[in-house]
Design a protein around this ligand. Structure first.
Ligand code: ADP
Ligand code: MG
Length: 256
């Protein structure tokens, strides 16, 4: 791949749920190291777009490539065939996802949560995985919480464990779906701080968020969606300051 090839590329992706067109010809390229923030009103299709990138949802048409490799399908003798389950699992592990509701394993400690996928998906030795998990917990500021269960942690701490867990498989792209929406206001900043550091360290990220201050500071590009379609893409200045897009202005004033 050349330096200009996007790391992740969605091309003309459309998807229905029943008769409801949820993604309408969405195209989006994300460069290696880029932080892209996805904004838009509820129901715009932001979560669905993230889930299609991660192959948690199928698509009706279009294609998704990661570093030039077609996701979910392969071309065999000029025909497009579904990839094997094993191959999809391998591809899916190239992306990490952080959800609004943390989704930690409740019966595992923070350390066990983080070490789980490296052992069970990547086949890493337990000892090495625990050492790597310890380093990741340190990176998200939770070295002293390694032995705690999720129920013993605040929402912000749980979300930082979830970020460490997503990082543990060394994903090429990290996807965040409203990672701070379920948190008490005073816990939001700790999580945003970790995300800001990851962005500065060059982690490729796509983040759905309503934290407009964060988007303004951290995004390389902001993507505005409504009704399943990308309406506007630009730098934070272009989106927050310069755009005269009526829908975008209305959305921005609605979120404060
Ligand atoms: P957003 O994340 O921007 O709020 P979503 O991607 O969650 O938007 O939803 C986009 C549209 O798809 C909405 O109309 C929603 O009701 C619909 N939708 C989402 N998930 C499903 C599903 N599993 N089944 C049917 N409709 C869904
Ligand atoms: Mg959503």
């Amino acid at each position: 791949m050349t330096a200009t090839t996007p790391l992740l590329s969605a091309s003309h992706v459309s998807k229905h749920f029943g008769h409801n067109l949820v993604l309408d010809d969405v195209s989006l390229d994300v460069a290696r190291g880029e932080t892209v923030v996805l904004i838009g009103p509820s129901g715009a299709g932001k979560s669905t777009l993230l889930r299609t990138l991660n192959m948690l949802e199928t698509i009706d048409s279009g294609s998704i490539t990661l570093d030039g490799e077609l996701m979910g399908f392969e071309e065999v003798g000029g025909r497009l065939l579904h990839r094997s389950k094993k191959d999809v699992t391998r591809q899916r592990a190239r992306l990490g996802m952080v959800f609004q509701q943390f989704n930690l394993f409740p019966h595992m400690t923070a350390l066990e949560n983080v070490a789980h996928a490296p052992v069970h998906v990547r086949g890493m030795k337990t000892k090495a995985a625990r050492a790597a998990a310890t380093a990741l917990l340190e990176r998200v500021g939770l070295a002293d919480r390694a032995g705690h269960y999720p129920s013993e942690l605040s929402g912000g701490q749980q979300q930082r464990v979830a970020i460490a867990r997503a990082l543990a498989i060394q994903p090429e792209v990290l996807l965040f779906d409203e990672p701070t929406s379920a948190l008490d206001p005073e816990l939001v900043e700790d999580v945003l701080h970790v995300m800001r550091e990851l962005s500065e360290q060059g982690q490729t990220m796509i983040i759905v968020t309503h934290e407009m201050g964060f988007a303004r500071d951290v995004a390389d590009r902001v993507v505005f969606m409504t009704e399943g379609a990308v309406r506007e893409v630009g730098t934070p200045e272009q989106i927050f300051r310069d755009s005269e897009n009526v829908r975008l202005r209305a959305f921005l004033s609605s979120v404060g």
